[in-house]
Write a protein that binds this ligand. Sequence first.
Ligand code: SF4
Length: 384
Amino acid sequence: MSLRAPPMRQPFRSRGRSKRVTALLGGQAGATSTLADVERLAEQYLVPVEDVLLIAINLHGINGEAPRHRARLQVRLDTARSVPWQLIVPLNAEESPFRLLEDGQLLLAESPIATVERVDADEAVGGYFRDNGTALTLNPNARSRCVGCAFCPNTLEAAADPRLSEERDLRELLAALREQHPRRDLREVREVTVSTGCFEREPAAVNHLRALRSVLAEYGVEARLGFLTSVLRSQQAFEELADVGPFVLRLTAECFTRRDLLLKASKAVLATNWMPEVLRRAVAAGHGTSFTYIVGLDDIEALREGVQSLAPYVTEFPNFQVYQAHNRIMVGLRASGAHELEYYLHARTEIEKIMKPTGLRPAAWECYRPLWYFTFADEPLVGA
Ligand code: SF4
């Protein structure tokens, strides 16, 4: 069965028209406005209108009546209200076609498209739960103090993430997180992801994972450990990690071109043509593998080649994030064409062609800025 759209309550109705919005949405020359443009692109790329809208919100951010830098939002689309989505977007994007009213209504130009149910500060914190308490993300190594990647907004955020390299600190963090767990039971956690990027050297990363595993064991947590990093590279390190298993390497590829310009030195030093070998080594040592990639920094051809080279070595669907520009410098870092919504739909199509035969599929809760929400290719992901 071909699924082109999620269950609809009623179709969107375009009520406004604005040339400025057209330019921002970046449809083809001559495209007009608002929801009509989104619908046309959705039709052209065989993507549900809802997925196109959510990608567009991530790309453009939101112009809020109460402007804030970056916030976590819970959003329900008017035509698919059964599914709430978590987004992290700037609320001070003055040029965005999306406008948030004080009563929580989200407009595209003049058309109501969604309700924003919650707005929380996106602070860098020591840890938080996702997927109803079964997944835990830890920032144990002062994410807010990590600098050097030109596209990274972390240092723009308020910080509440003390550096936690000692086992005692990890214990205190887990004790605090247990209180925040929906049922106060960390044994429900199936996946712990260390999201940090701040271990500059391989031995420090290995030692941290060992310490974390032993503290998790004290709390009865047998979860798989996931680690976002590009410093774990050697066969020896992956073999040493056999005793912290189960383990999944989430290689922070981020981009395939201009790496010296866009990435901090400890990440840029991993050349694009070495990435398949790093993933291969991790798989050979018995670990799971995936990678993170920011869609909007490479041209489509480089994206296609890079993803194609890594796809044979991943055991999990990679984390593809829409690139979000938070200031004029970040706007200037976009790849050619990546200020247009169409670039992301083209990227989605190309990635689907590469990843579909692997049988791996995206889980929307794993990523705050994905390219997939209701469908992947023709397959439903939620609420079929
Ligand atoms: S490694 Fe780069 S992307 Fe990751 S937190 Fe540090 S500066 Fe940001």
